[in-house]
Design a protein around this ligand. Structure first.
Ligand code: MN
Length: 241
């Protein structure tokens, strides 16, 4: 580009996530994994692999970076009568991957830290899209569809496998699983993603949800936890329009 240039609209500020211990994490891309817990795959009517050898390839989709929201109030979205929660571990990348496919063994070095997120879903629109073989974007990538809690550096959260992910809605347990039930673990997912995209510092990866997804309504309070190391608290607010 030749200098000087002038933007003809104001450039958008990046979405930023607060980091425990100080600083903020500017979001580049938001990747999401579908069907990464067997119990959730089954509750959605999909087959769950019987073994690692039968996993095939992961299901990926994306949300826009500005779908990430960190405030306590999350607006109920338009165009749905069935908003579902999916509590998920969120991986935050602190380094760019080298060119080419990322080896599984190298993947942990890219991870800055972890947060909890809700992969909010317009389930009615997703079911209609699945029935017609259409893309999931309007079901998954809407405004404020990705509430995320405070980011915590990796060393304070790992090892992940024995930790328990939970979601309470209005004080009642809706979802709970240890992370050793992930069909694809974090290094495996980063390896698979690197076959498809150039992974960059600032990327987030939503790792998929266990069983128990269900409807949310305005006024519902969501409290997600990963043991005592990660938390996300938010309330579904009335629609913006
Ligand atoms: Mn999900």
């Amino acid at each position: 580009m030749t200098e000087p240039f002038h933007d003809v609209v104001a450039p958008p500020a990046p979405t930023r996530i607060p980091v425990r211990g100080g600083g903020t994490f500017p979001v580049h891309r938001v990747y999401c994994v579908g069907r990464n817990f067997a119990d959730h795959a089954r509750e959605m009517g999909a087959a769950a692999p019987a073994s690692k050898a039968e996993r095939g390839t992961p299901v990926f989709f994306m949300k826009p970076a500005d779908a990430v929201v960190t405030g306590p109030d999350v607006p109920y979205p338009s165009a749905t009568a069935e908003l579902h929660h999916e509590v998920e571990l969120v991986v935050a990348l602190g380094r760019d991957a080298s060119a080419g496919v990322l080896p599984v063994e190298s993947a942990p070095s890219l991870v800055f830290g972890y947060a909890l997120g809700l992969d909010l879903t317009r389930r009615d629109l997703q079911a209609a899209a699945k029935a017609k073989g259409l893309p999931w974007d309007i079901a998954k990538g809407f405004d404020a569809s990705a509430p995320v809690g405070t980011l915590v550096p990796a060393a304070a959260v790992e090892p992940l496998a024995p930790r328990t992910l939970t979601l309470d809605v209005n004080g009642r347990r809706r979802q709970s699983s240890t992370l050793d039930h992930l069909i694809w673990d974090v290094p495996e997912i980063l390896h698979e993603l690197s076959k498809l995209y150039a992974l960059r510092a600032g990327d987030l990866v939503f790792m998929g949800t266990p069983a128990g997804v269900a409807a949310l309504h305005p006024g519902d309070r969501c409290d997600a936890r990963l043991d005592d190391v990660l938390a996300l608290h938010c309330t579904i607010a009335p629609a913006r329009v």
